[in-house]
Design a binder for this molecule. Structure first.
Ligand SMILES: Nc1ncnc2c1ncn2[C@@H]1O[C@H](COP(=O)(O)OP(=O)(O)OP(=O)(O)O)[C@@H](O)[C@H]1O
Ligand SMILES: [Mg+2]
Length: 345
């Protein structure tokens, strides 16, 4: 089921890659987004072969459930199954037009909390997928450049990137990260918590998509949000019959809170560990909130309250990192923000 029709071979073989928990994104040096797909694959249960990637998997729907297993190769920013990761990255880069013969350079966004082992595994997977040269850029740095922040200035700047499975924080001055912090929590953790709550408390089994729709409709971290409710449909956990239930935002609050608290704590650590002069700069300039997970209702306002710094939200929150990495490929000194895997940590 892999498709090859959308392939185009490019002469400038340089790509930016963000292999996220939620989405796999690839852009070229001109900033054109070539791939933006959910990081999910369908694997044939008999042969073990990957038969579909990204939105193709969602299109297969429940009918294919007997024949294929749905797998998520990245969890909370960590590579789960290296063979699968290699196969997915190979396909994603092919779709971006990166032929093995062109031996592309790939600039990979890496999370603050990624271990040396994880980065090496990612480096190897991207090379096996055909890359000649693999460089890494920290997520917050890529986001800052994607949002047009002049991180080379002596004036301090700050990024909080809340993704599907990780939260990365970076405070910058003179082109470098002065303070960083992170936590392995993002928007998808909230969906998972909603799912397990429904099974435990309501005996209702729902799909990831239903849990996500419910969470987006109800979850809020705003201090005094108006109560809301959402009707979910799923299956009875005992009989397997179709059933429905009403979930309220009040019920959801204690489920959400323990998951978002470490995200805010990571941001506060960025502030408390930064030199006071830089914090003064931040109070003037504000901090950038990037990543799709930061679009949770009220997140920006609460982030401003707990950090004491004004918050502005990235225009393309989820794509900010890959577009920033793509920009680094184009900028005259852009690769000075990048390092090879041997130089991380
Ligand atoms: N409008 C929205 N409201 C609330 N949540 C949203 C919204 N849009 C996207 N999200 C959530 O954002 C998350 C995806 O964000 P993003 O694309 O930045 O993640 P990622 O880069 O794939 O993951 P990570 O960086 O953690 O590995 C998902 O959990 C998704 O449900
Ligand atoms: Mg991300």
């Amino acid at each position: 089921m892999w498709r090859s029709a959308e392939r185009t071979t490019r002469l400038t073989a340089e790509f930016a890659l963000d292999f996220g928990t939620g989405s796999t994104r690839i852009a070229d040096a001109g900033g054109t987004l070539l791939v933006d797909e959910p990081t999910v694959v369908a694997v044939d249960k008999d042969t073990g072969r990957v038969v579909a990637f990204g939105s193709e998997v969602l299109a297969l729907g429940a009918r294919a459930a007997g024949r294929v297993a749905v797998r998520y190769p990245v969890r909370n920013g960590q590579l789960v199954d290296l063979d699968l990761v290699e196969e997915v990255l190979g396909e994603a880069l092919r779709r971006a037009g990166a032929s093995r013969l062109s031996h592309p350079r790939v600039l990979v966004c890496t999370h603050i909390g990624a271990t040396r082992v994880q980065n090496r595994a990612l480096d190897r997977a991207v090379r096996r997928a055909g890359a000649r040269d693999v460089l890494f850029i920290a997520h917050p740095t890529a986001c800052a450049i994607g949002a047009g922040i002049a991180i080379d200035e002596p004036t301090g700047s700050m990024v909080v990137d809340v993704g599907a499975g990780t939260t990365d924080v970076g405070v910058f001055a003179l082109g470098g990260i002065v303070v960083s912090s992170s936590c392995a929590r993002g928007g998808d953790d909230l969906d998972e918590a909603v799912r397990s709550y429904l099974v435990r408390q309501r005996d209702v089994l729902v799909s990831r998509e239903t849990a996500q729709a419910c969470r987006r409709a109800l979850a809020t971290v705003a201090p005094r949000a108006a109560p809301a409710e959402f009707e979910i449909t799923g299956r009875d956990a005992h009989s397997g019959r179709p059933t429905s239930a009403i979930l309220t935002s009040v019920e959801l609050k204690p489920i959400i809170e323990p998951l978002v608290a470490p995200m805010f704590d990571a941001a506060v650590r960025g502030i408390t560990e930064a030199p006071p002069e830089l914090v003064n700069d931040l109070i003037g300039a504000g901090l950038l909130l990037a990543g799709g997970g930061g679009l949770l209702d009220g997140f920006d306002r609460r982030l401003a309250r707990v950090t004491g710094v004004p918050v502005y939200v990235a225009a393309e929150a989820g794509r900010c990192a890959v577009l920033g990495a793509a920009r680094c490929l184009e900028l005259p000194h852009g690769l000075s923000y990048a390092v090879s895997v041997a130089r991380i940590h």
